[in-house]
Design a binder for this molecule. Structure first.
Ligand code: AMP
Length: 538
């Protein structure tokens, strides 16, 4: 796939496909939430991303600087992402539901020089802009003319830019994509990838998703998440595969219309969405002929066996679970066509990946026993650092293994079974939420004295966010305050981080050094034994 040492992802996904004779092939069919579908060929994807690379040149962006997209799913997302990479500028992506604090953390830490966004998000950025001295340009996809020196019209810039761009030959170790990931302590960390990751995303799109020339592929993931970039952009387009991109929200009937009408052959989605589909009446699906659909894949959370049984019974298809994370950049462990599925297991490693189940000190754990899920470093899509936090990066490695933060079991036949996280990070509907970020936002409210946030099991979302709040003396824990708290979290962190359940408590359990004992809160919530509480503060 690599020609003349050119590893540039932007080039490989566009120009190289044209050079291979696919210029007139549809790269993606854009299905807006309302309005007419439109087809974009690889030649057009190449021209639009070239224009964007030229826009960045005209604005003086240099190699290695950082630009973010802060967009819902839309064609401009793809042009900006690929054009940024062509220019060897690093492209970060942000979920469009992020609140002020979440944006400030990410744009501030990365010292991003530009953001591409929509008019409706300008207010959010306006509120934090004075705290972002490095943020020079905000490019707005839906304003016709420039508003000021710093707020520019994307359409105007694109119109003025030339459609040709000679992408510089880009070495494999050149920084490419940046995604922030949440931990259980401290601020989110910027996971940095390099252009060479395309080797792994390409190989797994071929070997696992089994994408080929005639496929019509639909990945429902948002581009704010690693799945949306690795498998909603890079993997499929590096193979010249036609994608479907839909701009609307979850809607069972609409989704099935898309699968049928667009003749989707490979579909990549997430357990929460699949569980939502499972809750609909089975009769809904009876009218759909999904003859074209070869394979369904899932990622982001454990895929429970019930969903697999449902898909077999109702859709007449298997669902293949895949496991990876932002840091790994590509699928590492997976079920796939040709490998017998053990429902509830994540499957087996992909070619070249060597997982290990290790104790905390890095010594191996026997098959059948639970331990840390680790990987032997060296695969091409592995992250190269946490931006500005090399210490945290190094801490992820013990005795030559990368510790993923997940716990798992390997059975004697080599299948891996996900058990949980080894930290307090909450996985709600496939989104990792930091309890620390939610707790920090809660403390901004004058009524709140202390708080503790946990993830609790949930039938639909896998985990839900549960907040325990201790109020200052004299504050009244009523419905109005509850609404105020929820709104605040939604505005500051994100709508997804908004607590599903909120409890007012007299005291937040902490250990003697003042650390919130989330483990104790969780045990209390679940009615379980609180374990060793000898270190609990009096
Ligand atoms: P992210 O970095 O946001 O993509 O989240 C990665 C984390 O999501 C992993 O470390 C797991 O905790 C979880 N995850 C991803 N895929 C799976 C899966 N197939 N089964 C269980 N957990 C998963």
């Amino acid at each position: 796939m690599i020609v003349d040492d050119q590893y540039n992802i932007g080039h490989i996904c566009t120009r190289q496909q044209c050079d291979n004779g696919l210029g007139d092939k549809v790269a993606f069919r854009w299905l807006p939430a309302g309005g007419e579908p439109c087809d974009v060929t690889f030649a057009e994807l190449d021209r639009q991303s070239n224009r964007f690379a030229n826009v960045l040149g005209a604005l003086g962006f240099r190699r290695g600087e950082i630009l973010f997209t802060f967009l819902p799913k839309c064609p401009e997302q793809f042009y900006a992402f690929l054009g940024t990479l062509k220019r060897q500028v690093v492209c970060g992506t942000l979920f469009s539901n992020f609140g002020d604090e979440a944006l400030l953390d990410r744009l501030g830490d990365s010292q991003a020089r530009g953001v591409v966004t929509k008019k409706s998000f300008l207010k959010k950025l306006g509120r934090i802009r004075s705290q972002l001295p490095h943020l020079k340009y905000i490019l707005v996809t839906d304003i016709d003319s420039h508003q000021s020196d710093g707020i520019l019209s994307y359409p105007q810039l694109m119109q003025e830019a030339a459609p040709g761009f000679a992408t510089p030959v880009t070495a494999a170790d050149t920084p490419s994509v940046l995604h922030y990931t949440s931990g259980s302590t401290g601020k989110p960390k910027g996971v940095l990838h390099v252009h060479g990751s395309v080797l792994m995303q390409n190989a797994t799109a071929r070997e696992v998703l089994q994408l080929g020339a005639d496929d019509v592929y639909w990945c429902t993931a948002d581009q704010g998440w690693v799945t949306g970039t690795s498998y909603g952009i890079i993997g499929p387009w590096s193979l010249g595969v036609t994608q479907v991109h839909y701009g609307g929200m979850y809607d069972a009937a609409k989704w099935f219309d898309i699968l049928r009408d667009e003749r989707v052959t490979v579909w990549y989605s997430a357990p929460t969405a699949l569980r939502m589909l499972m809750r609909e009446e089975d009769t809904l699906y009876a009218e759909y002929d999904l003859n074209c659909l070869r394979h369904i894949f899932s990622v982001g959370e454990p895929l429970n066996p019930e969903v697999i049984q449902w898909a077999r019974a109702v859709l007449g298809r298997d669902i293949y679970d895949t496991w990876f994370q932002t840091e790994t950049g590509a699928i590492m462990i997976t079920n796939r066509p040709g490998l017998a599925i053990r429902p509830g297991s994540m499957g087996k490693p992909v070619t070249g990946i060597e997982p290990a189940i290790l104790a905390d000190d890095g010594t191996p754990v026997a098959d059948g026993e639970q331990g840390n899920l680790c990987l032997r470093p060296g695969w091409p899509s592995m992250f190269v650092t946490y931006l500005n936090n090399d210490t945290a990066y190094r801490q992820k490695f013990i005795k030559g293994h990368y510790f993923t933060g997940d716990t798992a079991v390997r059975d004697p036949d080599g299948y891996y079974w996900f058990k949980g996280r080894s930290d307090d990070v909450i996985n709600t509907g496939g989104h990792l939420i930091s309890p620390f970020e939610v707790e920090s936002a809660l403390l901004e409210l004058e009524e709140v004295a202390e708080s503790g946030v946990i993830g609790a099991p949930d039938d639909l979302l896998f985990e839900k966010v549960v907040a325990f709040v201790h109020l200052h003396a004299g504050q009244v824990p009523d419905k109005n305050l509850e609404i105020k708290i929820r709104l605040h979290i939604s505005n500051r962190v994100s709508s997804i981080a908004t607590p599903q359940e909120l409890f007012f408590i007299d005291k937040v359990p902490k250990n003697k050094s003042g650390k919130i004992m989330r483990r104790v809160l969780k045990a209390r919530y679940l009615g379980q034994d609180e374990g060793d509480i000898s270190t609990l503060e009096d």
